[in-house]
Design a binder for this molecule. Structure first.
Ligand SMILES: Cc1ncc(C[n+]2csc(CCOP(=O)(O)OP(=O)(O)O)c2C)c(N)n1
Ligand SMILES: [Mg+2]
Length: 353
């Protein structure tokens, strides 16, 4: 059983050492702050009645999508779920496009079709989110299978909550990934609840242990420690790229808001909430980086400025024209996915030989 909580200091990726430079660490903090600022702004817009339907966020879980998506190379592909805004931001979706998406505006990622979380920028290597949980795990297997058949050293990564692991499709995805040794990385976000159902009513055995029965490693990390998530994901991506097959990474965390903005989460015991509030991933990382001499104020100020600018842009976007509702419903061309941004310094070095 390969379940571990150990954090490697540095791991190999494609024969090169996967380490985080100070610039990388500043970027990790910036993306977490950007995710939180975008979500806080979206919540304000929701309360102002500008976001139709409900609104879902990943408060408290920022270290997971940021730490894992940061590992990806440009040609890797993603299936991003509803608490993982950090992954969209890292791959290159601007906050303004996300805010416009939430408001159903023409400038949103889907051009005003759907709001909330059901989106993905195909040009940046992301499949649009499928709401039925956890069907994105199966789509991820399809992407990974195509990389394997073409003998390309690429990775497909997806994210899902612990509640999703109770569904049949999840087990089918794990099975095919294990049987075929697919280059897939599954990020399991255990945020203690599936809507109002707590962990003890969800499973009898920690879901990370299920990886073993499907024939691949399951790794458990502190999901509120962005570097722990990064190193676990880096190791998993290296395993996938080198033909070693999939990895399931369970990130232990807590959903610090209700399931959606309509949920007051009164079913969460106060003591439990308070314990997790002390472990806020952003506060923790700010303290760590400040101790290492990084100017936190500078990073915070640039995020604040960016979010103001992006909000202004999103609010200036018109509502879509009626006839556009009929466009893009079915694929009219080969739906190739484009490459995403890959901000980790490792990829710059790789490009420079
Ligand atoms: C098959 C299916 N059933 C129900 C839902 C409605 N739903 C959306 S999110 C959610 C909770 C999922 O819990 P979990 O997987 O732990 O993710 P979390 O919301 O906690 O991040 C539910 C029930 C759905 N999207 N798909
Ligand atoms: Mg959950």
């Amino acid at each position: 059983m390969a379940t571990t909580t150990a954090k490697p200091a540095a791991i190999e990726d494609g024969g090169r050492r996967a380490v985080l430079t100070q610039e990388d660490r500043r970027a990790l903090l910036r993306y977490m702050l950007l995710m939180r600022a975008t979500e806080e702004r979206a919540l304000t817009l929701y309360r102002q009645g500008k976001v139709p339907g409900s609104y879902y966020d990943g408060r408290g879980q920022e270290a997971i999508s940021v730490g894992s998506a940061f590992v990806l190379g440009p040609r890797d592909r993603t299936c991003i779920l509803h608490r993982d805004l950090g992954a969209h931001l890292i791959r290159g979706v601007r906050p303004g496009r996300i805010l416009a998406q939430m408001m159903g505006r023409a400038g949103g990622v889907t051009g005003g079709k759907e709001g909330n979380m059901h989106f993905g920028d195909t040009e940046l290597g992301c499949v649009g989110m499928v709401s039925m949980l956890p069907d994105m795990a199966l789509v991820t297997c399809g992407l990974a299978l195509s990389f394997q058949m073409r003998k390309e050293p690429r990775v497909a990564m997806t994210w899902f909550g612990e509640g999703s692991t109770a569904n049949g499709q999840w087990h089918e995805a794990m099975n095919v990934a294990g049987v075929r040794k697919l280059p897939a990385v599954f990020i399991l976000e255990n945020n203690q609840f599936a809507y109002s159902t707590p962990n003890e009513r969800e499973f009898a055995v920690d879901p990370v242990k299920r990886a073993e029965v499907y024939g691949f490693p399951g790794v458990k990390v502190d999901g509120n420690d962005v570097e722990a998530v990064f190193y676990a994901a880096a190791e998993a991506c290296e395993r996938a790229r080198s033909g070693g097959g999939p990895t399931l990474i369970e990130c232990e965390t807590m959903r610090m808001h209700g399931h959606g903005a309509h949920d007051d989460m009164r079913y969460v015991p106060k003591e439990m909430f308070d314990v997790w509030a002390e472990r806020d991933p952003i506060d923790r990382y700010e303290r760590k980086l400040a101790d290492d001499g990084i100017d936190i104020e500078k990073v915070t100020a640039s995020v604040k400025e960016e979010i103001e600018r992006e909000t202004e842009w999103a609010l200036s976007q018109p509502m879509p024209e009626g006839p556009t509702a009929l466009e893009g419903v079915f694929a009219t061309s080969d739906p190739h996915l484009g490459d995403g941004n890959a901000p980790w310094s490792f990829w710059k070095e790789a490009a420079n030989g």
